[in-house]
Structures are given as C-alpha cells and as structure tokens.
Design a protein around this ligand. Structure first.
Ligand code: ADP
Ligand code: ASP
Ligand code: MG
Length: 408
C-alpha cells in the first residue's frame, strides 16, 4: 500500500478495449489499497496523425500552435479512460498538464519541467480519487501549453512520482520490459530483470525508445524506483535502479540503434591550433549538439574533421558551416544522411578488455563497414550505413549473447 504512479503508452490505450483494460489495471491497483496517479499517452498513432494534419495545413506551423494541437491527443485519452473508470464505479478525475501545475520552460516542442505544484494533486488524492494526468504536456510562464518532446509521457510520469514521493513508478508499454535489444528486431533478445539507471540512460539515449532518456535521468536524480512492464501480459517487468546484483559481471546489457543521425566532414582544414574550437563553438552557439567527433592526422598542412549531429539538425549545421567557409578555411563539406549509430552498453565493460574487439569482429564477419567509432566507460558506438543497421544489431547481439552466455 502506498502511492503508485503508472504510465500507459500509446499502444496500451490504442482503442476502447485497451482503454478498458488499462482502467482495470488502474482500479485493481486502487482496490488493493493504493493511491494511484496514472499518466496516459495519446491513443495509438494519434500524435503522428496530428503532425501530418498540421503539415497539410502549414508545413512551417509555429511550435506554439503545434503544441496546442499535439496536447489534445493526451487529453482525449485521459477523459476516455476516466469514463471507463467511472463505469467501473470508482472515483476518478482527469487532469491536463496545466491543471496539475506541470510548469515548464518556454521551449515549445521540447520543454523541460521546471516545477510541479502539488496542491491540486494532493487535494484530489486526499479525496481518494484516482487521478489521471495527460502525459507529455505542461504549461510555460506565458500560460501556454508546451510539450516535452516525443516519448515525453515517461518523463511526465517520473516527474510526478518524484514530486509526490511515490513508492513506485510503473511504465506500462507493449513489451514485457527492457530487453538486450529491441525484441521486434532481435526476436531472441532476452528480458532483463534489472538494469542500472546509468545503463538504461545510455540505452535510451542511444536509441532504445522503450524509455524516454530524460525520464531515466530524472529517476536517477530523484531515486525513483522505476519498473517497465507490459499492459497486455501481466508478467513481471524490468526494474531500473542504482545498483543491480550482476553489476560486476563483465558483459554488456544491451544493443541499441539510432537512425536519427547524420555525418558531416570538413575536408582540407588548415592544420593550425584553434580550428576545432572555431568549428564546434560555432555549432554550440547555434544550439546544435555534436556527438561523435573524429579528427584525422595532419598532412600537407591540412586535416579533416568529421562529426555527427541529429538528422533534424543537419540542414542548419550545413548552412552555418557553409556561411563561415572562408573564416574556417576548409576545402569541402561532405554530408552523409544515410548512416546509423549502433551501440553496445554495459557497466562492466571498462574492466573487460576485448569487448570492443568482439563487437568489431561480429561486424567484420557480416561484412559491415565501420565509418566511425566512439567509446566511453560503459558504451561503444559505431557508425554504419543505415541499410546495414538492423543486421548490425542482430549480428552484434548474437555474438555477445552467444559468447558470454545469458546469465542475467
Ligand atoms: P509506448 O507507446 O508504450 O511509450 P514505445 O513505442 O515508446 O512505447 O516503446 C516501446 C517499444 O520500444 C517497444 O515496442 C520496442 O519495439 C522498442 N524497444 C527498443 N529497444 C528496446 C529494448 N531494448 N527493450 C524493449 N523495447 C525496446
Ligand atoms: N504522445 C507522445 C508521442 O507520441 C508522447 C508519448 O507518447 O510519450 O511522442
Ligand atoms: Mg514511449
């Protein structure tokens, strides 16, 4: 007994039958003596459909108006689910982001939560109502509706769990938990019973969309006990927490893929101090995030610098670099937007020589060429051609989980 925050994703609330199923999960939790705050996403593909509709009317619509539109998807879900709960005979109230005081910064389309006023939530819970909250949305200081970025309902849920000091935050989705790779891509991927916040954060950031990466960051910061589980099967899911039993084991916890990436190469830069500073400070000023960076050794007083950015930032990055061509002094700007990043993640990796080599061997055996490599204490990422990315995930997964045996 206690306070439980539950979050149900788009596929879990996709139609009437599934909404009724979610209503049952929520009311069962309530009937077991818990206070329940449930965060819902928009039904099925509603958010994509709304974006398409907007693009038909104005492909350059302002982010403010897009947020105004997108937030309606979540509002539909909570009101419909509240009706289902009413029909089951339980006290319930549905609330939008602004009604639960979900304050964000002004950044339409990718807003950060700055504060949550607990008053309304506490008053509703005090009256023993089940509280349904629209995910993915907040309100900024101009009293405008904002959204938190795609997949942001996970972050709404964790933020509410943190501010209400919930006993647990359960993220209900369409798979049984966090797997060693996307189970839709690698059918023999294994479900993890537990994973650390750090590993989960890397996996989510590197493309495993099962959790919004900011939700994991927040869960770690506020020590929210997070659980990922299926709204369809009722099986035990994956717990995300600080330390897990298997942490010392020197194998990886997962493979992830990110196709939202593009590579730029500045060829023939003059080989002088300060060039990298000029290039990357220019991009930083334009708020363009750079990921993997590779600098060639100098030859004939020139060098090349390649780096990756999010595909959505490619056009802007290109434009700003071309504009400064003379000051930066490069000969050519090459662009590749048909690449993908494939990564392995594991907390024990640092103490285990040969992990990267095992990954490269799998790619070599499959004839997949590596364009760039980047490593940190708990991950190795490679850039490959987009058309080979799915196969790269499969062969890497096969190599590791055959080699190390699966004993998590
Ligand atoms: P929701 O709508 O519930 O938020 P998402 O589609 O955002 O669900 O996330 C769930 C999906 O994440 C799964 O259907 C699965 O295909 C994908 N996924 C990618 N990587 C992983 C992984 N490592 N473990 C589990 N699911 C993953
Ligand atoms: N409905 C939003 C999206 O599709 C938010 C979410 O589902 O988390 O991105
Ligand atoms: Mg999601």
């Amino acid at each position: 007994m206690g306070l439980i925050v539950q979050k149900f994703g788009g596929s879990s609330v996709a139609n009437t039958e599934r909404l009724k199923n979610v209503a049952r999960i929520i009311t069962d939790t309530y009937q077991a003596g818990n206070d329940v705050v449930a965060v819902l996403s928009a039904q099925g593909d509603t958010t994509d459909d709304l974006l398409e509709k907007a693009a038909e009317i104005n492909p350059r619509a302002s982010k403010r108006e897009l947020d105004m539109l997108l937030s309606t998807g979540e509002q539909q879900s909570i009101s419909l689910c509240a009706m289902a709960i009413e029909a089951l005979g339980f006290p319930v109230v549905s609330l939008c982001g602004w009604q639960v005081g979900m304050k964000t910064n002004r950044n339409y389309g990718d807003a950060r939560i700055t504060r949550i006023d607990r008053d309304r939530l506490e008053s509703e819970l005090g009256q023993h109502r089940i509280v349904l909250v629209a995910g993915f949305q907040g309100i900024n200081r101009f009293d405008d509706i904002t959204t938190l970025g795609r997949g942001g309902s996970d972050t709404s849920a964790v933020a509410l769990a943190a501010v209400l000091h919930a006993d647990r935050c359960q993220i209900y989705t369409d798979v049984d938990g966090v797997y060693t790779a996307d189970p839709r891509l690698v059918p023999d991927a294994h479900k993890l019973d537990e994973i650390t916040y750090d590993e989960m954060l890397e996996l989510a950031t590197l493309g495993a969309q099962v959790l919004h990466n900011r939700s994991v960051e927040m869960a770690k910061k506020y020590n929210v006990k997070l659980e990922v589980l299926s709204s369809f099967t009722g099986h035990t899911g994956t717990t995300v927490r600080e330390v897990v039993k298997t942490m010392e084991k020197s194998h990886i916890s997962g493979v992830a893929k990110d196709k939202n990436i593009a590579r730029l190469a500045l060829v023939g830069l003059s080989d002088q101090p300060g060039i990298a500073f000029k290039v990357f400070s220019l991009l930083a000023r334009e708020k363009i995030n750079v990921d993997i960076i590779l600098q060639s050794i100098g030859r004939d007083d020139t060098k090349d610098i390649s780096f990756t950015v999010a595909r959505s930032d490619l056009a802007r990055a290109k434009e700003h670099l071309e504009k400064r061509r003379d000051t930066l002094g490069f000969q050519r700007l090459e662009v590749n937007d048909h690449c993908a990043k494939v990564s392995i993640v594991g907390a024990g990796m640092i103490n285990s020589p040969g992990v990267a080599a095992t990954m490269f061997e799998a790619l070599f055996d499959a004839g997949i060429n590596i364009n760039m490599i980047s490593t940190s204490e708990i991950k190795v990422s490679v850039l490959v051609d987009e058309s080979q990315a799915d196969r790269a995930v499969q062969v890497i997964h096969n190599q590791f989980f055959r080699e190390f045996g699966q004993n998590r």
